[in-house]
Design a binder for this molecule. Sequence first.
Ligand code: RBF
Length: 175
Amino acid sequence: MKTKDIAIVGIFSALAFGLMFLEVPLLPFVSFLKYDPSEIVALILAVNTGIAQGVMVVLIKDILFYFAKSGDVIGIVMNFIAGATFVALATKFWKSKLISSILSVGGTSALMTGLNAATVPLYFIVMKWGSASDGFKFFLKVWWGILVFNVLKFSIDYVLSALINKRVGSLFGSE
Ligand code: RBF
């Protein structure tokens, strides 16, 4: 990465970090899942400069948010895996919006729903909500809600990123 790339990653990370405070739960029965628009900033940078820069923005805003607000390792790691996977898949196939949107939204949502089978039981123990088996039973009840949350979150991110990028993409000398 050149000096200019590092400066841009810094600016975009600061912006994404700020946006992460806007987190809202989309579905009341899985309120530990929260939507915030910070991945939009990472995806716009990624499609204009490269996947590595976008993933760096997701990583830096998550580390900052962990220390500034959340203090929750499981939540922040899940947020990073979801954001990095989404940005990488969407950017890799960005030339075809149909393929890119289906692969990134579908792939990230399937992966995250699968990972939740393990992290929800773990989260139950950490939060003292119950045993791992209570957590797994809860997962079996709400797995489709977790899937819907992810599809909603990343569909919103994808559409807004594509729309905003149409207007600001030229600032990077592309699109
Ligand atoms: N974020 C996602 O984008 N997709 C997920 O599937 C997802 N699963 C999570 C599971 C658990 C148990 C926790 C605690 C968080 C998860 N998150 C997920 C992150 C969450 O939505 C939020 O961004 C973080 O907790 C930071 O506040």
